[in-house]
Design a protein around this ligand. Structure first.
Ligand SMILES: [Mg+2]
Length: 329
């Protein structure tokens, strides 16, 4: 069965592909398992293509045929593969985390995200995150001049003991990135996410000296191995990768290559967001993940079984992903 949903965001969010004010997707249910597809153009197929793939999967005779119908449609495949893993886990009475990994952690650390703002507002937001128990804070940069962004990062670093990350979303030139990395190394910044444009993969090589290079958008238009060859950290979005199973494979490949994986959402609803928590719990000693995104939504498809508490999310211990869909989506 397929159910469509559309959820309003708490506030409009500017992205590289325009401002979004809601997230629309589908819940896919089969054999007692529930999966979610929340496509995000730029990262996944369109909503239209996603719906078409899911209808084909829904009509398929078995799970293998249903998954095959979603090949090339990562959000649709995310939904079907998750429904299958959820159904299997529930049937065995184990959590999704235990289905994915041996000995998963009971909780995962998550980072707070501070958007573009002036110096004072940035410092205040970082302090609020620390007060709420977050130990890692990611600051969005790249929307204003480099000098202004460096001043924001300097002020945030002076004001707090948090581990700081920056996310430039590909906004910088190679020259700007070199200048930024020099300055940020002195501040103890852990890493900069996507400093250069996604297609300038080689420009990232050798950039990180004291500050790590994390690649996010680059994962959409380069093979994983090529990304792992230049990155210190890779940002994995299960919705864009075609499922938590494929994201797990990517996380293990990253570790194998000496690259730290971080799991984030594409501002997904409760089913996919919680599945990503289970995934992260199965990666030993994972660093703070971008899974504190529930508050970006004004409404959801279920009560949140995995809220953020003091900078961590506890993995639900009910069988499967542990999300009980509560709305007639
Ligand atoms: Mg990013």
């Amino acid at each position: 069965m397929i159910r469509a949903f559309s959820l309003a965001l708490d506030a409009p969010l500017p992205t590289a592909n325009g401002t979004i004010d809601h997230r629309s997707g589908f819940l896919f249910e089969r054999d007692g398992g529930v999966g979610e597809a929340t496509p995000l153009p730029g990262w996944t197929e369109s909503r239209e293509d996603c719906g078409a793939a899911l209808r084909e999967a829904d009509a398929a005779d078995d799970w293998d045929a249903a998954l095959a119908a979603c090949e090339g449609s990562p959000a649709a495949r995310h939904a079907v593969s998750l429904a299958r893993l959820d159904a299997e886990s529930r049937a065995r009475g184990i959590t999704l985390a235990a289905r994915l990994a041996d000995d998963p952690a009971g909780s995962v650390p998550v980072n707070a995200t501070v958007g573009d703002a002036g110096v004072e507002a940035t410092v205040e937001a970082v302090e609020n995150a620390l007060d709420a128990g977050f130990e890692t804070v990611k600051v969005k940069v790249g929307a204003r001049s480099l000098a202004d962004d460096l001043e924001r990062m300097r002020a945030a670093s002076d004001a707090t003991d948090a581990t700081l990350r920056a996310d430039a979303n590909g906004a910088w030139s190679r020259e700007q990135a070199r200048e930024a990395f020099d300055a940020l190394a002195g501040l103890g910044v852990e890493y900069v996410e996507q400093p250069l444009a996604a297609d300038d993969l080689t420009g990232h090589r050798g950039l990180g000296d004291g500050v790590g290079v994390a690649l996010d958008e680059a994962t959409t238009n380069h093979a994983l191995d090529d990304v792992l060859a230049v990155a210190d950290c890779v940002v994995l979005k299960p919705m864009a990768l075609g499922g938590v199973d494929r994201a797990r494979d990517a996380a293990l490949a990253a570790r194998e290559a000496g690259v730290e994986p971080v799991v984030t959402t594409t501002i997904d609803a409760a089913v996919a967001r919680t599945a990503a928590v289970h995934l992260a719990a199965g990666v030993p000693e994972i660093s703070a993940c971008g899974l504190a995104t529930a508050d970006l939504l004004a409404e959801d498809v279920a009560d949140d079984p995995a809220p953020v508490e003091s900078g961590r999310i506890r993995v639900p211990d009910a069988p499967g992903h542990g999300v009980e869909v509560s709305v007639d989506a």
